[in-house]
Write a protein that binds this ligand. Structure first.
Ligand SMILES: Cc1ncc(COP(=O)(O)O)c(C=O)c1O
Length: 369
């Protein structure tokens, strides 16, 4: 029997997100015991301990529905960032906020401006709403915000900027972001996705978005996540900070109970776990320097990174390198879906994980250990 009900036109053309391969699937498929995953920019130290303790305490409340608007976490985030609670929305990952923004603002044929090689969820989600996605070229593997501003029109509803960007690892400066905010039409919302903020915040020129830029521009929304420096990717919590009216629209259309109660309570405590974040960022910095040097010694082209991963040009097609590394028990991320068949993205792991990566690469390139 044939299925006779077509989905919306925009959905027919949708291309799904391809997540990093899981450890369990590689163990199953290749019969390997020990597998190292450096494919999804997770925290190799695990989760913030204070968050885990709160998560366990919350277990007892699992028979009850959570409060849908995550009020305690919202208030904690507002205090943390020096903004009003009405300016904050908590989502099932920052990914949910990307989705809500597209659902709230995009009519078919509205325009969305993104950079080439920007985090792919922006154009995926915008296309699913039937919007027209305009992609501008990068300059030096970085979002070219002057070109993005030029690409806007009265039909532009959203501009997405991942800062730093995944997968290129590059960032835009405060001056560049302010230039975009000045040049873009006030009828277009600028979405500044700062998933990797903790790793970039101390770099000279990196923008001070919260609370400063957000307070001055009502057409700016800033996204952050608990998935990276707090080590809570599996809990699925991210948030957006912006104009209370904008936040009100997103709040109206989110799922009624979009964030579980243990997740809400864990994230309130995660915000207090500065020691864990500091340790995570320091490990990342030291190990990234080691990995960049070692990859360079092996002849790979490695970009400057403001994140917890590196963007690597391989001497063989990225997918081939990905497959060869899988056989060595190391998962990295090929970037064909980003139109980058010659590159891979490699998350920074612990010292032991990074050593496993390098010894796998040496095997593949037949370099003596
Ligand atoms: C730039 C960027 N934005 C958003 C996300 C989604 O994060 P979350 O886990 O909060 O949905 C990611 C995840 O890798 C990312 O790289």
């Amino acid at each position: 029997m044939a299925f006779l009900i077509p989905p919306r036109r925009a959905i027919r053309d949708a291309f799904p997100y391809q997540p990093g391969k899981s450890i369990a699937s590689v163990q199953r498929e290749l019969g390997l015991k020990s597998v190292v995953k450096l494919a999804s920019n997770e925290n190799p130290l695990g989760s913030a301990p204070r968050a885990l303790a709160a998560y366990r305490r919350a277990e007892k409340l699992n028979a009850l529905y959570p409060e849908g608007a995550s009020p305690e976490l919202r208030a904690a985030l507002a205090r943390h960032h020096g903004v009003a609670a009405e300016s904050v929305i908590v989502g099932n990952g920052s990914d949910e906020i990307i989705r809500l923004l597209c659902e709230a603002f995009l009519e078919p044929d509205d325009e969305v401006v993104v950079s080439q090689h920007a985090f792919i969820r922006f154009k995926q989600q915008a296309s699913m709403m039937g919007a027209r996605v305009i992609e501008t070229p990068m300059t030096d593997w970085t979002h070219d915000l002057a070109l993005m501003a030029k690409a806007t029109s009265p039909r532009t509803k959203l501009l997405f900027v991942a800062n730093p960007n995944n997968p290129t690892g590059t960032f835009n400066t405060q001056d560049e972001i302010e230039g975009l905010l000045d040049a873009a039409p006030k009828t277009a919302l600028v979405v500044l996705d700062e998933a990797y903020w903790h790793y970039a915040r101390r770099i000279a020129g990196y923008p001070k978005s919260l609370p400063e830029l957000a307070a001055r521009h009502e057409n700016l929304v800033v996204l952050r996540t608990f998935s990276k420096a707090y080590g809570l990717a599996g809990l699925r919590v991210g948030y957006g900070v912006g104009d209370p009216e904008l936040i009100g629209w997103l709040d109206r259309i989110r799922m009624p109970f979009n964030v579980s109660l243990p997740a809400q309570q864990a994230c309130v405590e995660a915000l207090k776990d500065e020691a864990f974040v500091k340790r995570s960022v320091a490990l990342n910095q030291a190990q990234r320097e080691f990995v960049v040097r070692a990859l360079g010694d092996l002849g790979f082209g490695v970009g400057e990174s403001a994140t917890n991963f590196v963007f690597v040009r391989a001497p063989l097609p990225g997918r081939e390198l990905f497959k060869a590394l899988l056989r060595q028990g190391v998962i990295v991320r090929p970037l064909d879906e980003y139109g980058l068949p010659q590159h891979v993205r490699i998350s920074i792991g612990t010292a032991a994980q990074n050593k496993a990566l390098l010894s796998g690469l040496k095997q593949i390139l037949a370099v003596p250990a």
